[in-house]
Write a new protein. Structure first.
Length: 461
């Protein structure tokens, strides 16, 4: 049974790639963990490891704000400068850097591997910048016209030839690379999802279907991936849904979109913590939230004793023996314009880095907490609980977006939207756009201490 203190939520995407959120909040008191039986993990030898999978440990990764580059001119050095500034800021080198590319754009135009038709920075520019710093690029390819990867897919078709050329360029580049095609397909904010929540009521209404069904998604993903398999053997393929509420009737939110073991090297999950239950000053965040996101979803029936959810970690990482990554993760409450600046600055800091006791602490400890960290015990340390978790990408970006939360008025629950809210997902964030970052030093120091042990890797293996 899914404890109603925890609610998996819906998310909305915005600019700079997807930003749906599986955000959950516990206010004041932690609920007891439920026991989940997981099959014993089969240890791998080197020959059994997936592409770029480390035998042990977790790659550190980041998604940074490169949005200003098209305005000032683009080249690998400008990408690298932003990456170096981040590494200097947080005091850690990174093994993975993420960037988002429309593939194709809404007008059907495809970017090439080494050039962009609109003069923007190319995939090769970004990849070379990451490689120059000793990191691997993770390219998130967003198909804004997804049917071109299904309808008429054959040699000679424009989408086929553009994808083939991109894969050939990636293969000729011939360095470690991750490809994440059409992520968060199980949400309701992208054209490659099966519906878009146009009414913003978190319900699937008539007329909101895109006509791009899970079977279409599987076919599109496979078509693209098989070309990368053929022409870019250096590319590890990442299948990455969103954690959280799909909307509409209860259903399996993952397996209908799984494209097949042969075209998936890594499985991923995007998880954000944004306080769905609208926590107020004084609220605490439960330290088991990452585990909850990995093992529970909206398919659970609150009226039964068992959990009807699809346990993502067990189903896709353990049973399929795939390395797992958090494709995007972060936490913020900076959008909470119902609070004073001082209140939301403090509460947002606590949501990322607070520490109340061994069962209640911030998202940084939840995501990066291990048994190696001696300053605090954790409910679910990742090295003990999630040995198949092999990469974590922190979404270190501030942006404007429409953010839904649930508010209780009397005995009724209502969805409240913070339209054009300021979501600052950076480590050491601010509460207001352009404002000071009052807890930057504390958050960065915590991140450094949490990741200062051999479990965290800064080079691709």
């Amino acid at each position: 049974m899914f404890d109603m203190n925890y609610i998996l939520i819906y998310g909305l995407a915005g600019a700079l790639g997807a930003l749906p959120f599986a955000a959950q909040a516990l206010q004041n008191n932690a609920a007891p963990l439920q026991t989940v039986t997981t099959p014993p993990l089969r240890l791998k030898n080197a020959a059994d490891l997936a592409k770029y999978e480390p035998a042990r440990g977790v790659y550190l990764g980041a998604a940074l704000d490169f949005s200003k580059l098209p305005e000032v001119g683009d080249n690998p050095e400008k990408f690298a400068s932003i990456m170096r500034d981040y590494e200097k800021e947080v005091g850690r080198e990174q093994a993975i850097y993420t960037q988002f590319f429309h593939f194709p754009h809404e007008d059907g135009t495809f970017p090439g591997w080494d050039k962009h038709p609109w003069g923007w920075a190319s995939a090769q520019d970004f990849a070379s910048a990451a490689h120059g710093l000793g990191a691997a690029p993770l390219l998130t390819l967003e198909p804004m016209k997804p049917r071109v990867f299904v309808d008429g897919w054959a040699p000679g078709a424009p989408a086929y030839e553009a994808t083939k050329a991109f894969a050939q360029g990636a293969g000729q580049w011939n360095r470690p690379l991750f490809i994440r095609f059409a992520h968060e397909m199980n949400g309701s904010w992208y054209p490659w999802a099966e519906w878009i929540d146009k009414n913003k009521n978190l319900q699937r209404d008539p007329g909101e279907e895109t006509g791009f069904w899970p079977a279409d998604y599987q076919k599109a993903y496979r078509n693209v991936s098989l070309l990368f398999r053929q022409y870019a053997p250096n590319a590890a393929l990442v299948w990455c849904p969103n954690s959280g509420l799909l909307g509409g009737a209860k259903r399996d939110v993952f397996r209908p979109w799984y494209p097949g073991d042969d075209v998936v090297d890594w499985v991923g999950l995007d998880i954000y913590e944004r306080g769905w239950t609208m926590p107020m000053p004084g609220a605490h965040l439960w330290g088991g939230m990452l585990h909850r996101n990995m093992s529970w979803d909206m398919a659970d029936d609150n009226n039964t004793p068992q959990n009807e959810s699809v346990d993502f970690y067990k189903t896709f990482a353990v049973e399929k023996n795939k390395p797992m990554m958090l494709g995007e993760t972060s936490a913020t409450l900076s959008y909470r314009s119902d609070l004073t600046d001082a209140q939301r600055a403090l509460l947002s800091y606590q949501w990322r880095a607070g520490s109340w006791n061994d069962a209640e602490y911030g998202w940084l400890q939840t995501v990066y907490g291990t048994t190696n960290f001696k300053a605090q015990k954790f409910v679910k340390p990742i090295d003990r609980e999630f040995p198949k978790l092999k990469a974590i990408t922190w979404f270190h970006i501030a942006k404007k977006e429409d953010i839904p939360v649930e508010k209780t008025v009397g005995t009724q629950k209502q969805v409240v939207w913070f339209n054009n809210g300021f979501g600052d997902y950076r480590i050491g964030a601010t509460a207001r756009e352009g404002g000071q970052r009052p807890f930057e030093r504390e958050e960065i120091s915590l991140f450094q201490r949490l990741t200062d042990n051999p479990h965290f890797l800064t080079k691709i293996q």
